[in-house]
Design a protein. Sequence first.
Length: 207
Amino acid sequence: MNQWNDDPEIYGILVQLPLPKSLDQRCIFDTISVDKDVDGLHSYQLAALTSASNSRFSGLSIICSTGRGILEILQFYDVKLPGKFVCMVDTSRTIGVPLSMALSTRGSIITMCTLQTTNLKAKVEATDIVVDCAIVIDAGITVTENVNKRKMKVHGDVEQPDLLWKRASLVTPVPGGVGPITIAMLLQNTFDAYKFHLIQEISKAKK
């Protein structure tokens, strides 16, 4: 990791999850150079999200690619975030935490939940946006096997998404929803990291 951090020809580093349980995930995230952390999982990046202007942070500020993808979808469909009640059915530091911080700085009211949360159904029904009915963003990926057809099927966490259209104004499908946007945002983050490094090099050359 240190070798990649010091390599001027490398502009982005991504940790492929899940990691073996024997490894300290947070330690590995924080080993990545902040300016090369293209998935925004370094502790610095999470701290930067708590400030709407990021004025305290002089380095590159990046949100996780999945979170940025979800924000991009909401922006594309002109979903007004200020004042919206958001139910985040995910408390992971890789999606739920950074996305909730980003939504909070945009004026949304966040409720963090897990599948074990008491009265989860009531919380979901009382919200405007559901990340896991008003707007449902399904960022989950599950692979199951169809024994009869001997094929693997990819689906999301939302059961019977077709029925949600009767109550929701927007539902993202799986596959073909958040996934492709996540890849696009990862590439955008990498390009942003490249531009940041380029600007830094130009500034050094002028001194």
